[in-house]
Design a protein around this ligand. Structure first.
Ligand code: MF3
Ligand code: CO
Ligand code: CO
Length: 276
């Protein structure tokens, strides 16, 4: 039996080439998918607190996806069984929801992808639980700013190297490191499409950006060294040195003049990690 992603992707395929979508056709669909994913992260912001399990957050997100006319893209994807990735503290990405109870001082990334009418909306944010150490808060601030600097570099004529450089140069100037083993990706009818979006690079290098391209920008930054390893569950990626890691993610499209963020928060909760 096909899973949700296989069904959504059936009419399309990853040819290795960067797809140029017709913005008038694709962007409304990506906006609609992206807004449900972003609204899901808004809803989760009200549920992250001490004593809650990550499995509970996953249940809420799955129900939210179904209630809003979408399918959770990760369920059945390469054998994954959950709606969310919940990546705590030194987990870099792909943390698996389970019976882990959130405790004061935890930081976590929550990553959700939904499929609406065949379009994928993929986004993640950082959340803090109770009293968060200042160095953790600082890492999350830098990670959000790094993503936004990457997005600010997106416009026709710029290159993927410009995007990567904007992220890397800022992150390293703040003395945090950029994870190399995981990257952003083309997104649209296909969940993980060409090109790879590296969060490091050299100005002027790499593919030139063109209107109608759609991809994610999802930098993972570590307080310590950039090295990661994947645990024996085959998913959970952690920092080798057990230092804290943070990530933010948006799905975006290249416009005639710059960038459109499909997954902007409808509630304005762009950085839920910031204490009110
Ligand atoms: N949402 C993740 C990304 O940003 C992918 C998760 S794949 C899963 O690309 F199977 F782990 F859910
Ligand atoms: Co994601
Ligand atoms: Co992604």
């Amino acid at each position: 039996m096909m899973n949700y992603v296989q069904a959504a992707e059936a009419p399309s395929r990853n040819t290795g080439a960067i797809k140029i979508y017709d913005a008038a056709e694709a962007f409304p669909g990506m906006r609609a998918a992206g807004q449900v994913a972003a609204a899901c992260l808004d809803m989760i912001a009200g549920e992250v607190r001490e004593g809650v399990t990550t499995a509970r957050l996953d249940d809420l997100a799955r129900q939210f996806a179904f209630d809003h006319g979408t399918l959770p893209a990760c369920v059945g994807y390469r054998g994954y069984r959950h709606t969310l990735c919940t990546s705590l503290n030194h987990v870099v990405c792909h943390g698996i929801p389970g019976d882990r109870v959130l405790r004061s001082g935890d930081i976590l990334n929550i990553d959700v992808t939904v499929i609406k009418d065949g379009w994928h909306g993929d986004t993640s944010r950082m959340y803090g639980v109770g009293e968060v150490p200042r160095k953790a808060e600082r890492l999350m601030d830098i990670t959000y700013e790094a993503m936004m600097r990457g997005l600010a570099a997106v416009k026709p004529g710029a290159t993927l190297g410009d995007l990567g450089h904007a992220i890397q140069s800022y992150a390293e100037s703040e003395r945090v490191s950029v994870v190399r083993e995981f990257c952003g990706h083309g997104v649209g009818r296909i969940f993980h499409d060409a090109p790879n979006i590296l969060h490091f690079g050299k100005p002027g290098h790499g593919e030139e950006l063109k209107p109608g391209m759609m991809f994610t920008v999802e930098p993972m930054l570590n307080l310590g060294s950039p090295g990661v390893k994947v645990l024996s569950d085959g998913w959970t990626a952690v920092t080798k040195d057990k230092s804290l890691s943070a990530q933010y993610e948006h799905s975006v499209g290249v416009t005639e003049t710059g960038v459109e963020i499909f997954t902007a928060s409808p509630a304005g909760l762009h950085t839920p990690h910031k204490r009110a």
